[in-house]
Design a protein around this ligand. Structure first.
Ligand SMILES: CC(C)(COP(=O)(O)OP(=O)(O)OC[C@H]1O[C@@H](n2cnc3c(N)ncnc32)[C@H](O)[C@@H]1OP(=O)(O)O)[C@@H](O)C(=O)NCCC(=O)NCCS
Length: 403
């Protein structure tokens, strides 16, 4: 039995939302989904139907995402869900295939996603491109050099200062993207049902001589341990245009009265806080996957970023889910840009599209993929040279929010 796919209209979203509720084991209200509806273009979303009933869904957001040295259109794949009654009958496979074909036809060369489980998407050519370092730090942890938490103001999370800072910061770190009003509404969602007993979202802005230079979005949850204050501060997002501002914001969060710990569940692996702390070991880290990337079109994607060093390499690519990518590609480029085109020249490296996805943002090295047996060096020296070039001297890639 087949379950035909069709693109959605805005009127379909509530019905498809029921698929999400069952697949993710959650209960949504219209209020929960409202901000998500605001960032959805339904023509980029599919439903699979059993008669008139949607039984699976999937689609993508159109994002302007930072990649090494550039800002590029990236399809943010999301809402992948299959009803429990219709699992393991190929619906995910059909949806992923259709989404990739659509992106290929539309000339959108890159896709990115957050995975509910890491095992799901590698078969479709997604590679683990950015890592997430959660941190839990004891309140009042000292810095090597004292920092004064001055020049700070509490504002509503909807204050315009946040967008002003974000516009400066987003182009600097791969994995961030430009936010319009709808994306800010999505980012600032704060239903009471999801607070787990903590406060509403708070926001502190750090000012500099010319205006706002940073902000932290956070919530607090009071608790007591044997009569001692042991509240939790949870940071949702911290952005700063410069190192000093970032330090002031962390100092503020660490010194909030009656709190025992500060946790940031989604943070970059190069978080400067680790270098501010007098005792870095005080920070308890958790490492997990952040963004998974997929090169929909190898040539357009590889020529759409800059490289950390000059590179001239022939890649022999295998790609089961996007067969148009299979074959040999010559990549030539460096810090100022790159070109990539099909070639009949002998290959220097043999690898899968998922390896290129993993290396695309500069957060996973080709050498690491080779260490796991995924990349084969065919010309001595080619792996080290390509691995260095795919790196990037800017901040480590990191996506600040799940979509
Ligand atoms: C994950 C989910 C989308 C899979 O959908 P599905 O229609 O059952 O998947 P398919 O039938 O197309 O399976 C394709 C392959 O992926 C494998 N697969 C599916 N889900 C998997 C999982 N969670 N972990 C590992 N492998 C998985 C299948 O075993 C199958 O492998 P095979 O081809 O070797 O037999 C579905 O189970 C679901 O909605 N889960 C809950 C919501 C969720 O996690 N969504 C993903 C959000 S990022």
């Amino acid at each position: 039995m087949t379950f035909p796919l069709r693109t959605l209209t805005r009127d379909d979203l509530d019905d498809v939302g029921v698929v999400l509720e069952h697949a993710f084991g959650e209960a949504h209200t219209r209020d929960d989904l409202g901000p998500t509806y605001g960032v959805i273009d339904p023509t980029r979303f599919y439903g699979a139907y059993d008669g008139d009933t949607p039984v699976a869904t999937g689609g993508s957001f159109a994002l302007d995402m930072t990649v090494p040295g550039a800002v590029r259109p990236v399809a943010g794949v999301t809402w992948i869900a299959v009803l429990p009654t219709h699992r393991r009958r190929g619906l995910l496979t059909a949806l992923m295939g259709r989404l990739l074909e659509d992106l290929h036809e539309a000339g959108e060369p890159l896709a990115a996603l957050w995975a509910s489980q890491g095992a799901i998407y590698q078969r479709f050519g997604y590679g683990l491109a950015a890592w997430d370092a959660g941190l839990t730090v004891p309140s009042r942890a000292a810095f090597t050099t004292p920092v004064e938490a001055t020049g700070l103001r509490l504002v509503a999370p909807t204050a315009p200062e946040l967008a002003a800072v974000h516009e400066v910061v987003a182009p600097q770190r791969s994995g961030w993207w430009r936010r319009d009003e709808a994306w800010w509404a999505f980012r600032l969602q704060d239903p009471e049902s999801r607070r787990g007993g903590a406060s509403p979202l708070r926001c502190v802005v750090a000012d500099g001589p010319d205006g706002p230079q940073g902000y932290a979005l956070y919530r607090t949850k009071p608790s007591w341990d044997g009569g001692q204050p042991a509240g939790e501060v949870t940071v949702r997002e911290l952005a700063a245009t410069d190192a000093g501002t970032r330090a002031r914001l962390w100092r503020y969060l660490l010194d909030l009265d009656l709190m025992g710990t500060v946790s940031s569940h989604f943070g970059p692996v190069d978080e400067p806080l680790l270098h501010l702390l007098a005792e870095p070991r005080a920070a308890v880290p958790t490492l997990r996957d952040n963004l998974w990337m997929r090169l929909v079109d190898v040539a357009a994607a590889l020529s759409g970023r800059c490289y950390g060093a000059e590179v001239d390499v022939v890649l022999d690519v295998t790609d089961r889910a996007c067969p148009w990518n299979s074959g040999r590609w010559r990549l030539s480029g460096g810090p100022a840009g790159a070109t990539c085109a099909a070639t009949t020249d002998a290959a220097d490296l043999r690898l899968d599209a998922a390896d290129l996805g993993a290396a695309y943002l500069g957060g996973t090295t080709l050498s690491a993929r080779a260490g796991a047996g995924h990349v084969t060096e065919l010309r001595p020296g080619a792996l080290a040279a390509a691995s260095v070039a795919f790196g990037w001297p800017g901040p480590a890639p990191h996506c600040p929010m799940v979509f």
